[in-house]
Design a protein around this ligand. Structure first.
Ligand code: KIV
Ligand code: ZN
Length: 386
């Protein structure tokens, strides 16, 4: 198979990193429903769980492996034999299995999490990859807390795990610490200094503690990474993971980046709602791409410009992400143009004087009420133009 150098692989971790959020736990049936939707969406990899963590997670990886046909099914482990044995067992029905193993790479983690040394950690990393390789061909290695790791040590670790058989190397900014140019430079350094780097795909896995997860992921892709780890709605531990819909729409909007994915973005609205409902996890209204207000225009200046030409205030068409339509929300900040638009829609084609009369009354009402609906508009016309 010829590998497209501009293809970005979408690794979905909604069901693993996303599902770790307190209160978001799903049962196996719910996970299967989401996994099937992710398959239809076109993701390349589904991280189905962390099998050693609980019998429920183990079972979910088994059932997802049976239910899903095309995407790679990935199971997470720590760098030890038992975790890897259990993951391999859980993946036994997967048509395309991947084991995702790894260990801390920053001095902080090495000292304060593992009470160990760089040398020992390196050995454990290599041993884990070699051991996992006995079970499956496709091994992803994560260098946890790579965002804060010493770059020369990180490069050494990456080179060693690729030599041991890793097919994908994940460079997580576990704590959402990096600035985009720092993270991008890290990826570039690995690209330029790890001699066997072309034998593996570099993966970006960014957390959103400083609100930079998407920006950092894009910086990584601009510097040579070709897999992005992300979740629907950006859900995940603490401030969340990189949001899949944001990354995909950035790549679609900025064609100059020359990168593509196999995602059918028109399914984002539906899958976003499925995930928020199943996980009981609401999405903030101003969330990019899938938030309730992502395509609603409420100030007079924007509404007027939008009604003259949508592209004045719309860089993505709502239908491109499956959103029902853009909306012009009537508030006390709306202008005559927006009011007229809604009145015409309701069958009231007013002349200028009558529009002025209704507009004045509309502003009085809008100051006293959150949002004006169709009933309010019909009443305004009936009352003041009788
Ligand atoms: O954030 C992280 O480092 C992770 C790894 C387990 C991949 O989620
Ligand atoms: Zn993570």
């Amino acid at each position: 198979m010829i590998h497209d150098p501009n293809k970005v692989y979408i690794f979905d971790t909604t069901l693993r990193d996303g599902e770790q959020v307190p209160g978001c736990q799903l049962d196996t049936k719910q996970k299967i429903e989401i996994a099937k939707s992710l398959e239809l969406l076109g993701v390349d990899v589904i991280e189905a769980g962390f099998p050693v963590s609980s019998p429920g997670d183990f079972n979910s990886v088994i059932e997802l492996s049976k239910a899903v046909n095309h995407p790679i099914i990935c199971a997470l482990t720590r760098a030890n034999k038992n975790d890897i044995d259990v993951a391999a067992d859980a993946l036994r029905y997967a048509k395309r299995p991947r084991i995702h193993t790894g260990i801390g790479s920053s001095d902080f983690h090495i000292k304060h999490k593992f009470n160990s040394t760089r040398e020992e950690i390196l050995e454990r990393a290599v041993d884990a990859v070699k051991y996992a390789k006995k079970y499956v061909e496709d091994i992803e290695f994560y260098a946890e807390d790579a965002g804060r790791a010493d770059i020369e040590f990180l490069a050494k670790m990456v080179e060693a795990v690729i030599a041991a058989g890793a097919t994908v190397v994940n460079i997580p900014d576990t704590n959402g610490y990096c600035l985009p140019d720092q993270y991008g430079s890290k990826i570039l350094y690995l690209k330029e200094n790890v001699k066997n780097i072309d034998n593996a795909i570099i993966s970006v896995h960014c957390h959103n503690d400083l609100g930079l997860a998407t920006a950092n992921s894009i910086a990584g892709l601009q510097n040579g990474a070709r897999q992005v780890e992300c979740t629907i709605n950006g859900i995940g531990e603490r401030a969340g993971n990189t949001s899949m819909e944001e990354v995909v729409m950035i790549l679609k909007t900025h064609k100059v980046l020359g990168l593509n994915t196999s995602i059918d973005a028109t399914q984002f609205y539906d899958i976003s709602h499925m995930v928020r409902n199943q996980m009981n996890m609401p999405v903030q209204p101003n969330k990019a791409i899938v938030g309730g207000n992502a395509f609603s225009h409420s100030s007079g200046i924007h509404q007027d410009g939008f009604l003259k030409n949508r592209e004045n205030y719309e860089i993505i068409k709502p239908e491109d992400v499956g959103f029902p339509d853009a909306s012009i929300v009537l508030t006390a900040r709306s202008g005559r143009h927006a009011l007229k638009h809604h009145l015409v829609r309701l069958g009231h084609d007013l002349n200028k004087d009558n529009l002025d009369i209704v507009y004045k009354q509309f502003l009085v009402l809008a100051d006293s009420k959150q949002g004006i609906n169709d009933t309010d508009l019909n009443q305004l016309v009936a009352l003041h133009l009788a």
